[in-house]
Design a protein around this ligand. Sequence first.
Ligand code: ZN
Length: 210
Amino acid sequence: MISVSPLVAGFARFRAQHIARGDVVYRQLVENGQQPKILIVGCCDSRVDPALIFDCEPGDLFVIRNVANLVPPNETEDRGYHGTSAALEYGVCNLAVQHIIVLGHAHCGGIKALMEDGGSSAHSYMDEWVKLVDEARLSVARDCAEASAEQRSRECEKRAILVSLQNLLTFPWIKRRVAAGSLQLHGWYFEIESGLLLAYNDDTACFEAL
Ligand SMILES: [Zn+2]
């Protein structure tokens, strides 16, 4: 088993560089509180850390990470532990973020699981979770029957982003702000191997390089 001591050493370096020196960014974030204007729904994948790939500073991003960067629909029943929805509510209603970016990526393990067994394993939290975007899997099966398994996964990763964008609009406090023009929704996709960042363009109905 590897040791976690590199993290302790890393924290010591971070502390020496930022905290111990009285870094003004951290001091202001404590005094003024966090005021991020951009919320990102990203994947747990260790290769797709939003703050790293967008070269952001502390306080810039309010980040929600879950398996396959999914947004569930609004649900009105009281039961259940809605971690992603709670974080969305806090970001939108309390922090008043102005942008929500659903950030998908290539080679997503969550989407791979969905494509391979349709999220059908019994007693798997992950399989149940990825079924949220089963309509993306079904539409890829319908439209891309001739494509390779890899190509179908890449396509499903992108279509799942669109399902999450639709689900964002089922939350009344998001729909209201989007209609009023105080909140914008974005679907982005990080192609790890090419290093390209693609954005969904509503007008062309395509993902295009930024
Ligand atoms: Zn992923």
